[in-house]
Design a protein around this ligand. Structure first.
Ligand SMILES: *Cc1c(COP(=O)(O)O)cnc(C)c1O
Length: 370
């Protein structure tokens, strides 16, 4: 049995370092926003090649707090991909702003730069782009549009720790990047954690207030802030795990390269192979017109899969105002995507078995989908 993801196995190579970090914090007597957080913020800012990193409680807060800290006029519009994970949409709404859904590219699953301009109005203030599944969005045209129209760019980098675009990491590609260190991410904590990276010193200062009750000095409140503090335990664990992130991403790339070269593209639609070394392969997502059947075929042969994500934001119960929208590319993606196992602890034999099993897919399942 090859589970889709086994976090016990993924964390095993880190066990000694994790134990050491936990002991260090337990004995320190200081548990929220302290030296471990500062240390991790410095290391992660350095890793992201950005000037500032502000630790927060989770990835959703990283996005929400950044949008709040920009203090945009209420109802300002934020352009966001219509297929992505729901966090971006929730962050925009929680900041009192209006999400405007724009379709992704069918090939890369990322926001389509060619569709952005038509969605820009006099109310647009931000482009929020998600580097989905570990691949950076096409940032050059996005940043050109942002400069032309005076918009800010926020990237949701929760799936892209270590990814690059023109040799630049996500933090340096936009005004700010929001990160999640949820346990399943490429850099995962042992609980909830998140961060914002930015080169904007003013935004960094504000975020340090916003994450802590809007307060810089205890009991003095400048903003209507939140409690979104990062705790010392998670920060200490993340500092330890960060030291192996590049090696783990390299292993992910090796496995992705095998999938891309050895899987028979007549059996399912593969992701594009043009950015293997820039992508960090948080997920290896294929498409198949009969997803349910493919999943049960693999399940019967002991291969776990997952779906990221089954329902597009505009079809969610939480957003009845969008139920009339037709977004055919997103709908097709959400209908067809399946994620295959891919993590740094997957063995070569396991990958061979997954590849052979898929290449043996019987005729009734092998509908060409490209
Ligand atoms: C995980 C994730 C988030 C949110 O992270 P949390 O820490 O769970 O709030 C946001 N966006 C994307 C694309 C994610 O994958």
């Amino acid at each position: 049995m090859i589970p889709f993801l086994d976090l016990k196995r993924v964390n095993k190579p880190h066990q000694e370092n994790i134990q050491r970090a936990m002991r260090r914090v337990a004995e320190s007597g200081w548990f929220v926003l302290g030296r471990e957080v500062e240390q991790f913020e410095m290391s992660f800012a350095h890793y992201c090649q950005t000037r500032h990193c502000i630790g927060v409680a989770n990835g959703l807060d990283a996005l929400t707090l950044t949008l709040k800290a920009w203090e945009l006029p209420p109802g300002s519009e934020v352009i966001i991909a219509s297929n992505a994970y729901i966090a971006g949409v929730l962050a925009v709404r929680q900041a009192g702003l209006t999400p405007v859904l724009v379709e992704p590219e069918l090939t890369t699953y990322n926001l389509d730069p060619l569709r952005i301009e038509a969605a820009i109005t006099s109310q647009t203030r931000v482009i929020l782009c998600v580097h989905l599944y570990g691949r950076c969005c096409d940032m050059e045209p996005i940043n050109v549009l942002a400069a032309t129209y005076g918009l800010r760019v926020l990237t949701d980098a929760a799936q892209a720790h270590g990814a690059t675009y023109n040799n630049i990491r996500p933090g340096g590609l936009a005004d700010a990047a929001g990160w999640s260190f949820y346990p399943t991410k490429n850099l995962g904590a042992l609980g909830d954690a998140g961060a914002v990276t930015t080169n904007d010193g003013d935004l960094a200062d504000r975020l340090r207030y916003w994450r802590n009750y809007g307060s810089g000095q205890k009991y003095y409140n400048q903003y209507v802030g939140q409690n979104s503090r990062l705790d010392e335990l998670q920060a200490a664990i993340l500092s330890e795990k960060l030291t192996r992130l590049d090696a783990e991403n390299d292993r992910r790339r090796q496995l992705a390269r095998r999938y891309l070269t050895e899987l028979n593209p007549d059996k399912l639609t593969l992701p594009p192979a043009d950015a293997i070394d820039q992508d960090v392969w948080h997920l290896f997502v294929v498409r198949h017109p009969d997803r349910t059947r493919l999943i049960s075929y693999l399940q019967q042969r002991g291969i776990g899969t997952d779906v990221h994500y089954p329902i597009p934001p505009h079809r969610q119960q939480a957003f009845p105002e969008w139920h009339g929208l037709a977004l055919p590319i997103s709908e097709q993606l959400h209908r067809e995507v399946v994620s295959l196992p891919l993590n740094p602890t997957l063995t070569d034999d396991e990958v061979s078995y997954i590849i052979d099993t898929i290449n043996d897919i019987p005729a009734y399942l092998s509908v060409r989908v490209n």
